[in-house]
Ligand binder design. Sequence first.
Ligand SMILES: C[S@@+](CC[C@H](N)C(=O)[O-])C[C@H]1O[C@@H](n2cnc3c(N)ncnc32)[C@H](O)[C@@H]1O
Length: 358
Amino acid sequence: MRSFENPENRWAGLGPYYAMFPFSFAKEVVKKYSNKEEWVLDPFAGRGSSVFASSVLGRKGVGIEINPVGWLYGKTKLCPASENLVFKSLGKVLKQSRGAQAYRDEFFKLCYSQSVFDFLITARKILKWKTRKADATLMSLILVYLHGKEWDSFSNQMRQGKALSPDYSIRWWKSKGKTPPHIDVMKFLAQRIKWRYSKGIIKDKNSQMLLGDSTKLLKRVARFSGPKVGLLFTSPPYYEVTNYHYDQWLRLWMLGGFKRPRSLDNHWARKFSSKEDYKVLLQTVFENSAKLLKKNANIYVRTDARPFTFQTTKEILKDIFPKKKMKILKRPFSGPTQTALFGDKSPKPGEMDIILSN
Ligand SMILES: C[S@@+](CC[C@H](N)C(=O)[O-])C[C@H]1O[C@@H](n2cnc3c(N)ncnc32)[C@H](O)[C@@H]1O
């Protein structure tokens, strides 16, 4: 059981994200396969666990993530705004939201009480989460509690990791006679902000999370890391398993997106269901990452045990790093998986770790 008695463990848990690395695993890999001061690169960073582990262990982490939800969690935990400024930002939203009476369609009527919805709509409108640190920190905390268990979140009962479809949710809430909880937003968030800050924060100005597509952005990383990355540590999306954007539709709505789930136009912001496209993604990202690595760099890739994903990843890595020795570790799931915790209880084949070194 993880102790929450230090700031790193309190911030590492920010926030719920499908297929996230357990923090203890991320630290173990960074410690074993990289040296202090070295750069650690994660081109599929999710909520930034590898980058954050690098930061707390005295390395410089750089992560790229295409999904704004994961990116915001990752960026915030590396360098949150001061508690004081987050409360100021919260005060500003609460003041503007009072009595707004924003229109709720059937889904939002059943999901949130009127006053919670007014708060969310105002936060969505005024928080500049891409550019202002206090707003970004507050927005990340709002995202953590946007949906989940009744009374532990702002919403009517829903999964925490994955937002279900509006039609399904409406049917389910109606059949159970469930109405949205009347949460006192100030009290609810104040308690949780205080808990998050009570052991302090990590302030890392070197590590970075970049928002965007790593098939394009790796060139930008080269500008500041140069060919000095000591560890490439990542977990790419798995072939045909999930659509990170679709599953996070409600949090993406909160960040200014559509009010219904939908697949986005960006090629990589989808479920990975074309074998050819999947190969191109891995090939491009690993090839571009290779250009940033030191000669003796280590590569640690966690992937799905299902044959297509595993074989493709293994072959591409072998091809790009022919001189490195490859080791495979089978990681069958023993206890409940991260995804099961988020409501996906279908049987899972486990994961594979592919490790390359000189
Ligand atoms: C298996 S998850 C990584 C989870 C991460 N290890 C963590 O601890 O949260 C794969 C991630 O790759 C992201 N992704 C997929 N295509 C991408 C691309 N072209 N550029 C950047 N990120 C991408 C997905 O949005 C997803 O968050």
